[in-house]
Design a protein around this ligand. Sequence first.
Ligand code: NAP
Length: 288
Amino acid sequence: MAKVAFLGLGVMGYPMARHLKEKGHEVTVYNRTRAKADKWVSEHGGRAAGTPREAAQGQEIVFACVGNDDDLRQVTLGPDGAFEGMSAGSIFVDHTTASAEVARELYAAARDKGFAFIDAPVSGGQAGAENGVLTVMCGGDAEVYAKAEPVIMSFARASRLLGPAGSGQLTKMINQICIAGLVQGLAEGIHFGKKAGLDIEAVLEVISKGAAGSWQMENRGQTMNQGKFDFGFAVDWMRKDLSIVLDEARKNGASLPVTAIVDQFYAEVQKMGGKRWDTSSLIARLDK
Ligand code: NAP
């Protein structure tokens, strides 16, 4: 069993930290809004720290799951940042969806201070975090990853090292590129079916068994048809992720015409009041 800390008890971090505790690890938590950390400790035991630096002291592994690049820099760098408290030989595992650039920057900063950094964004959403079945996409050094993997598996169904620092974030970008185009295609199919006067429920039931079937069709098709968009990953978060994707594509020269247009469609959904709707709400701008 390991001595660990978890920084950022949001929708994802709160249940991820719980799984670590339930697997028997010794868990210290830190959250910017202290009340959430105190609530976590009252429910699960362990200890709450006042700063990321204090949380990181004496730990073998420090996990983080905060919002974006800037938030990640705030919890890691600076006098109260976790990097000031990390022990030599320890590992910082970052589950934030962030840029590959910040992953490489923090990997280098960690190496200079004598500890290791793994970028490890997740997919599987709130339900995946609550049920401990996330997919974790990692970048970093193989020997470090081998030590962290059994602890990561406390809240994951699958975890894999995909290459050097930044590779986890790049893989998460591919995940989001694949989702963006697919959800738009699904939205257009359902929208077309409605205009054609078909029974969408029956249509989805039958075509989901064939080549058009997908996780999104299975899990979101019927609710998209009903105009229900309350299933987790918010449009605001997706736009943050797509902006990271499009920035990276500008750097590596990838051509992402569908992803770029879907990002604009999500901007329209935001204007319709859908900032907190889930990503399947792309259909709302077609059906309006
Ligand atoms: P969330 O509920 O908004 O939680 C964000 C957490 O980060 C909170 O604990 C927040 O603290 C903390 N935080 C934010 N900025 C901070 C800062 N500058 N300094 C210190 N702490 C800060 O977000 P979430 O849904 O858990 O998502 C976290 C990450 O996972 C994001 O990168 C997101 O893209 C990714 N992700 C989310 C999902 C999903 O379905 N939600 C799925 C896959 C990946 P406070 O409590 O003080 O605000």
